[in-house]
Ligand binder design. Structure first.
Ligand SMILES: [Zn+2]
Length: 416
């Protein structure tokens, strides 16, 4: 029978990686089946508090000849490789017949945008009679189901290269320059490999997981060709996943703003930006009757200069996740800029020089010409920002955040 197999929550912060275990499982299942198409790596709601590292789940499709044996194999793989001793690792595996996939669409959308409980997953499993494996509290069932059910209207490809097991946990040997070479040659088909301004190679993780590097792009052939440029320790294998990375699939554009969800929402700036210790910049917008605090935290680097230049009256569309009632900006679309004025001392009508203060509440005077005036004058000054889209730099981007290079919009201010 034709099955989608979904797997999640097998890794911990200390090691392993669900993509790696999913590929091991895929290999083992060849004993009882035949893989169909590329595996999928689906990122779920990035604000979920109990998530493991990247909150990503994996699914793949196979023609399976013996489901019972397939489930035994999956159980062996999970017991051998998942980080079961970690209290935050609660694996789940599901085996979903193709006809049932449409009934998981809504559940998957909720898992990416909203907050679901383990009970929600168990209810779906029961209603649709989905064969599954559940370990400990089984939280991984949420992602396992979602990775099968997610509909990808937009997607990119992610090539992940894996280290030899004896290298796990050791420092990665990578010539970082070669990743810049890759970017020069393949951008924008392959994007978010490096951050030129901040000297960060995003393609190489800093965690002890089995991944040596990961590159993402629009075309499979480009990814396969690009890895020949890279100079690194040798890799054991690589795999290409279809993913919802860089798609903004986590954003909700209507309804009440709540914590642990991500939004794309229009409002008017009502509070001048202010900065707190640590370089975090905040401002407030009015959305209907609600006031929403927005933040550009220190890691968003030069993006904060855009935010600092906002003034009350500006109309903006903000993109980002809400936590502690504060929207953490990933992008901003400046729709309208208010005129900005400064108040200056008046100009002497006689000599044309700027007048000086004549003392507290005494107005202004020109000492030389003996002219006087009472009020300051308002002078319009040019704004430091333009309308259009601005984004956080690559080093501050989330997996799900759609970079401007992928957005077909006018007036993009791309940070590369
Ligand atoms: Zn004068």
């Amino acid at each position: 029978m034709r099955l989608w197999i979904g797997i999640d929550d097998t890794d911990s912060l200390e090691g392993m990686c669900t993509t790696y275990i999913a590929l091991l499982l895929l290999d083992e299942l060849i004993e009882v089946g035949e893989p169909l198409g590329l595996p999928r790596l689906i990122r779920l709601n990035p604000t979920i508090p109990y998530k493991t590292r990247g909150n990503g789940a994996v699914s793949f499709q196979m023609e399976i000849y013996d489901l019972d044996r397939a489930m035994e194999i999956a159980d062996e793989v999970i017991r051998s490789f998942a980080e079961l001793e970690d209290e935050n690792t609660n694996p789940g595996v599901v085996f979903v017949e193709e006809e049932k996939v449409p009934f998981l669409r809504e559940f998957a959308e909720m898992a990416i945008k909203d907050v679901l409980s383990i009970n929600d997953a168990l209810k779906v499993i029961e209603r649709l009679s989905i064969p599954h494996l559940k370990y400990k509290n089984g939280r991984g069932l949420i992602g396992a189901l979602a990775s099968v059910g997610a509909r990808l209207d937009d997607f990119v490809y992610e090539l992940l290269a894996y280290r030899y097991p004896e290298r796990f946990g050791k420092p990665r040997i990578c010539d970082l320059e070669s990743f810049y070479d890759l970017d020069l040659r393949f951008y924008p088909v392959i994007f978010d490999t490096v951050d030129w301004c901040h000297n960060v190679v995003m393609a190489v993780p800093g965690t002890p997981c089995p991944v040596l590097f990961g590159i993402r792009g629009e075309k499979i052939e480009a990814l396969k060709e690009a890895i020949n440029i890279l100079k690194t320790e040798s890799w054991e294998k690589y795999a290409i996943f279809i993913t919802n990375h860089a798609t903004d699939m986590h954003l909700i554009s209507d309804g009440e703003v709540r914590d642990f969800r991500s939004y794309k929402i229009v409002g008017e700036v009502v509070k001048k930006p202010y900065e707190i210790v640590g370089g975090h910049v905040f401002f407030e917008i009015r959305v209907g009757e609600q006031i929403l605090k927005c933040a550009a935290f220190e890691p968003t680097k030069q993006f904060r200069n855009v935010v600092r230049a906002l003034i009350p009256g500006d109309k903006v569309e903000v993109y980002g996740s809400v936590k502690n009632s504060t929207l953490n900006l990933e992008k901003i679309n400046i729709l309208e800029l208010q005129k900005q004025f400064v108040e200056l001392n008046p100009i002497c009508p006689s000599c044309g020089k700027r007048m000086e203060s004549a003392g507290k509440n005494q107005g202004f005077r020109c000492r030389k010409c003996k002219t006087r005036a009472f009020d300051k004058i308002r002078v319009e000054i040019p704004r430091k920002i333009e309308t259009g889209f601005y984004e956080v730099p690559p080093c501050a981007r989330r997996h799900l955040t759609k970079p401007l290079i992928r957005m077909k919009v006018a007036k993009r201010h791309i940070f590369r």
